[in-house]
Design a protein around this ligand. Structure first.
Ligand code: BMA
Length: 801
């Protein structure tokens, strides 16, 4: 007999040390203290204006959660806490059950002798994470960190202490489910399904660890895909295994290669049931040396997959607010942009079951960083044991998920050691190298030998090679955002770009909701507070130089910087994809935000898509036509990420801005499955008579690539002459825009009309005489005047003319 009883009701929280708002307040479990205080009306919303600044005391306070509940009967009863954030003392009926200091672990306490039939009092006291981390720092010695916060001295999500896109909200609370578990004889302490494919057979070796109260034999059963197996576990044994073989198993394929077939795997011990959805697929990371350095090729079921990726950060600074629906919405936004890979960045968490289940279903690939980021981590106690314990737990928790294809040791820490002056500051102290090169790979290899491990992002595969060497393994490109123009992406010939990014403000409606400044300006206090990057606004302005004139108004700044972000990242991706197969992946920094902020994201903190998202959808199309410089002249490059050959006809035209034809050519292009083809163009196409007022247009299979012979600032754009007609539709309005002169990057901002409204396309370039319909949802406003003018309707022409 086993029974699980959640303990999620009747909780209160109060400050256990002096605090401006002490409670007790009703508490949500799972949850955290900030959201409890917010729900009680005890604090203002930390995401609005600069409220965050006045709430740092919360992270410096000790908090006590308590509840009273009735007991349950059993031979053995455990209190199971799947996650405590972070420095907790757990007490039941006055008896201290244990102390914990790791957000990334779960805990189980035997409460059989302590539990009463009724009136049980459970308290979980959380000491200040700062106090703990600072004590560890003072004991072990301070080490370098890119941020002035002590997050590397405590096993708690780093970005909870703030980041260059996130608020500092140091949380405490019971952040994962908690409950009582009553059982007898034996229970499943750990289940490890090792899933492999042999020929056409899908194989699952189910490795089980048992915990026992009695020595009696127990029956272990497992089933998958109609195949069953059972074994009697003899009295006293605490390990057992069964093997299941599914003949002619259907494979789990990543998006673009085939269906993401999942199988239910069910494991039973007595009446206890453990079930997960698994997928049969193989994964290999091929880092073989070649003439250009060493490659970084991900192969799934033997097929090399070009990674069209985005970096994923926790989708809310208060992660306990992110439910299944929110995960699905955000991940589906990535999917709709053509993304096939999510990198779970190391300043966050080991992502949730919801995240991985959605990724499994969508056929997405996921690389999970171990949570270490941008700082030197001590390898002494109390951290060493915590790191090993959490890694063992999390590798096993996530191994059923077919979407998980790679473990990565850390974010930028090996790079930091090489380039950020750490050795001098460290004076011989540890910095985490042992975790990344020895401890973590050994744990992955021991517990989940089916998955590749890579020591860092970035990493070059060998300690003697610079970790960010473009010719080897993965690299991060940050000089573009920090110091260089975005055309500098083209100077790189990288094997795999795991981070590169460019900032822009969030959608106007998002900024307006979060900031009450009147008027809003790029420098007004609330807008400035919602920009966390050092010199962020100056870098935005510098990034415009040579592309667009310095904007004179807030609306001009907002549009110009959003457009420039989209242009910069599209420029980078088209270049990296055109290098296929030299380059095998690009992961944009970053998909999402964790509050309303100016950042590198494609989707802002309120879930609104920036123009960058629409640019991604174009350049992450599995078949891409792009025009790239080759031997000093523009050439057609067709990139085919599908496994099937692609034969297409490309019509290339050189046109004057007024639409008059200058030259034309029709090309038949053959691109092998998974390949790319480059086709040079003859001089009559590549040589303009007037570089400032001509362009190349390449049309193929409904996709269009453009080439301008100069930057926007130097182009003789006509004043955009757009006709706008609006018609009601069942869920909004259709806005039909007709161009009478060349109109570049035509974009509608429906959130300027109604914060609830969204649009299905953006950044369309219309040649003279062309029309496009923008389908707007969520508003009934049908007055054409509203949809015809800035700041609702914008073009690149506006910024220059
Ligand atoms: C890299 C990332 C993040 C950071 C981003 C932008 O360092 O790994 O740490 O947010 O650049 O600065």
């Amino acid at each position: 007999m086993s029974v699980l009883r959640p303990l999620h009701t009747g909780w209160t929280v109060r400050a256990a040390t002096g605090a401006p708002a002490g409670g007790p307040f009703p508490a949500t479990v799972p949850g955290c203290v900030h959201t409890d205080l917010l729900a009680a009306g005890a604090i203002p919303d930390p995401f609005l204006d600069d409220n965050e600044e006045r709430l740092h005391w919360i992270g410096r306070t000790a908090w006590e959660y308590s509840t009273v509940f009735a007991g349950i009967a059993g031979d053995r009863v455990d209190l199971v806490a799947e996650g405590l954030d972070t420095v907790a003392t757990v007490t039941l009926n006055g008896v201290e059950l244990g102390r914990t200091a790791n957000q990334h672990r779960g805990y189980r306490f035997d409460v059989t002798g302590v539990l009463r039939p009724d009136g049980n009092e459970l308290t979980v006291r959380f000491d200040s994470a700062y106090d703990y981390a600072e004590r560890v720092r003072d004991t072990l010695g301070a080490r370098p960190n890119a941020y002035p916060e002590p997050f590397q001295y405590i096993r708690k999500m780093a970005c909870n202490f703030g980041w260059d896109w996130g608020p500092t909200v140091v949380t405490a609370g019971i952040w994962q489910p908690i409950g009582l578990y009553a059982w007898s004889t034996a229970r499943l302490a750990r289940v490890r399904p090792v899933v492999t494919v042999e020929g056409t057979t899908g194989r699952v070796e189910v490795l089980v660890d048992l915990e026992r109260t009695a020595g009696a034999p127990v029956l272990l059963r497992a089933a998958v895909g109609g195949v069953e197996a059972a074994v009697e576990v003899p009295a006293g044994a605490t390990e057992a295994s069964v093997v299941l073989e599914v003949p002619d198993a259907e494979l789990w394929w990543p998006r673009g290669y085939g269906p993401a077939r999942l199988y239910d795997l069910r494991v039973e011990l007595g009446d206890e049931v453990w079930s997960r959805r698994i997928g049969f697929r193989t994964v290999e990371l091929d880092t073989a040396a070649d003439a250009d350095g060493s490659q970084f090729v991900l192969r799934v079921n033997g097929e090399p997959v070009f990674v069209r990726g985005v970096n994923w950060i926790p989708d809310d600074a208060f992660v306990t607010r992110i439910g299944r629906e929110r995960y699905a919405e955000r991940i589906d936004q990535a999917v709709a942009a053509g993304v096939n890979y999510l990198r779970v960045w190391g300043g966050g968490r080991y992502e949730s079951e919801d995240f991985y289940e959605v990724a499994d279903e969508r056929g997405l690939l996921v690389g999970q960083d171990f949570p270490f980021a941008c700082s030197a981590y001590p390898e002494e106690e109390p951290l060493a044991s915590e790191v090993a314990a959490e890694a063992r737990e999390q590798v096993v928790r996530l191994m059923p998920h077919p979407s998980l294809v790679m473990w990565v040791g850390n974010n930028e820490n090996i790079w930091g050691f090489h380039d950020w002056g750490w050795p001098a500051e460290l004076e011989g102290r540890t910095w985490g190298e042992g975790y990344y090169l020895r401890v973590l790979p050994a744990i992955v290899h021991e517990l989940d030998p089916t998955r590749p491990y890579w020591p860092g992002s970035p990493y070059s595969g060998d300690a003697s090679i610079h970790p960010n060497d473009p010719a080897h393994g993965t690299m991060h490109i940050w000089d573009v955002w920090n110091t260089h123009d975005y055309r500098h992406y083209a100077d790189y010939r990288p094997r795999f770009v795991a981070e590169f990014g460019f900032q822009a403000p969030p959608a106007f409606a998002t900024l307006r909701r979060a900031v009450s400044d009147e008027p809003l300006t790029p420098q007004s206090p609330g807008v400035a507070h919602h920009q966390k990057a050092i010199g962020g606004n100056e870098k935005l302005a510098r990034g415009l130089e040579g592309h667009f004139p310095a904007p004179a108004t807030f609306d001009g700044w907002h549009w110009a910087t959003q457009l420039n972000q989209a242009r910069a990242i599209a420029f980078g991706i088209e270049h990296f994809r055109s290098l296929k197969p030299l380059c095998t992946g690009a992961i944009v920094w970053q998909l999402n935000d964790n509050w309303p902020v100016t950042s590198w994201s494609a989707i802002d903190g309120d879930g609104r898509r920036k123009p960058l998202w629409f640019a991604l959808r174009r350049v992450y199309s599995e078949r891409l036509v792009t025009i790239q410089p080759r031997d000093g002249a523009p050439a057609i490059v067709a990139v085919n990420d599908t496994p099937h050959p692609w034969r297409t006809t490309v019509e290339v035209r050189r046109l004057a801005f007024d639409g008059s034809p200058r030259a034309k050519l029709t090309l038949a292009v053959d691109v092998p499955g998974g390949g790319a083809a480059t086709v040079p163009l003859p001089p009559e196409l590549t040589t303009p008579e007037s570089p400032a007022s001509e362009l190349l247009v390449a049309d193929a299979d409904g996709e269009r690539a453009l080439w301008f012979f100069a930057e926007d600032v130097d182009l003789a754009y006509p004043r955009a002459a757009l006709d706008v007609q609006v018609a009601a539709s069942p869920d909004g309005v259709d806005v039909r825009v007709t161009a009478h002169a060349l109109a570049r990057d035509v974009t509608l901002f429906p959130d300027r009309v109604d914060p609830a409204a969204t649009v299905d396309r953006a950044l369309l370039t219309l040649l003279p005489g062309e029309s496009a319909t923008f389908h707007v949802r969520g508003t009934a406003v049908a007055d054409p005047a509203v949809w015809s003018a800035a700041p609702v309707l914008r073009t690149a022409n506006d910024l220059v003319a």
